[in-house]
Write a protein that binds this ligand. Structure first.
Ligand SMILES: NC(=O)c1ccc[n+]([C@@H]2O[C@H](COP(=O)([O-])OP(=O)(O)OC[C@H]3O[C@@H](n4cnc5c(N)ncnc54)[C@H](OP(=O)(O)O)[C@@H]3O)[C@@H](O)[C@H]2O)c1
Length: 267
């Protein structure tokens, strides 16, 4: 895996097509439509009806097509954004051109199956955008990106090139640990409020403190979480005490165990 790639802000012209206009497609579309990309055309599938109509009304560059095939016919880069259970069948129904690039957001559709399904098109990659691409803030792991895809995703997040499917899947597994992360913040929020701090103050402090800690980690070179943890743990200080207690309780190991079980889903 290579480290994060620089963000590109150069305007580019592109014809993008989305098969499946649900949550993640909408976030990507919001992101690209607000990124200042010149000569951008976005073609969306008719489903979901309300969402595709909403996007077409909101952005002049978005056109709701009458079928998935019409999306493919108009676009140069096709994003597959349907749910895993139907994804392969939906893709196999479509006729691609040799010069199409296909980008799948579907977690359980392997690259080999995707390439097989899109013939005669040959250029395919898998990517993991999250809803925060709508506001141009999101790491985006991409398996085998082309320069154009890296450049495009650079407009809506921080592309991270991955060359091995197993590595991609390991990173994908981490996206299943968002709820436990927010649950931890919720626990701390409840505790703080119970001690008499107004909810708005407690929540603003918690959200901003953890963002600041992530920012410090993000800026470190190399990023070394163990070292950041040690650095915060002043001898006999609060962090040393709580760090030891929680580590020894085995709570952190539960994250690794949950990740192991999530990884099974990709097999
Ligand atoms: N949400 C995320 O944060 C996220 C992140 C990374 C990857 N993904 C992956 O991206 C994919 C989409 O996720 P999502 O959260 O956007 O799901 P979603 O909101 O349920 O969107 C899926 C969309 O696919 C449409 N659809 C179903 N069958 C279709 C067909 N035959 N042709 C065209 N469209 C069809 C659905 O339309 P109807 O509403 O009319 O059924 C719906 O709009 C999934 O594979 C998911 O695992 C999601």
């Amino acid at each position: 895996m290579q480290p994060a790639i620089g963000i590109h802000h150069k305007p580019l012209s592109m014809k993008l097509g989305f098969i499946g206009t649900g949550s993640i497609a909408s976030a990507v579309i919001e992101g690209v439509c607000t990124a200042g990309i010149e000569e951008l055309s976005v073609y969306v599938s008719p489903r979901n009806e309300a969402q595709s109509k909403y996007l077409a009304d909101k952005y002049a560059c978005v056109t709701r097509m009458e079928s998935n095939q019409a999306v493919v016919d108009q676009a140069d880069i096709i994003f597959i954004a349907v749910r895993p259970l139907v994804a392969e069948a939906v893709v196999r129904e479509l006729q691609f051109r040799r010069d199409h690039t296909v980008v799948s957001f579907v977690p359980f559709l392997k690259l080999a199956a995707l390439i097989d399904a899109i013939a005669p098109a040959q250029v395919a990659c898998r990517a993991i955008p999250l809803p925060s691409v709508a506001v141009h803030q999101c790491p985006i792991p991409i398996l085998r990106p082309t320069p154009a895809i890296t450049q495009l995703f650079g407009h809506i997040g921080q592309p991270l090139e991955v060359h091995d499917e197993q590595q991609l899947v390991a990173l994908w597994t981490l996206t299943g640990l968002i709820t436990p992360f927010y649950d931890m913040l919720f626990t701390l929020s409840n505790w703080t409020i119970a001690k008499g701090v107004p909810g708005s103050t407690a929540n603003a402090y918690i959200a901003n403190m953890y963002q600041a800690l992530s920012y410090m980690a993000q800026q470190a070179s190399p990023i070394d979480f163990r070292e950041l943890s040690r650095h915060a743990a002043t001898p006999k200080g609060m962090n040393e005490q709580a760090g030891k207690e929680i580590r020894e309780s085995g709570a952190h190991q539960e994250y690794a165990k949950a990740a192991d079980r999530l990884l099974e889903r990709f097999k």
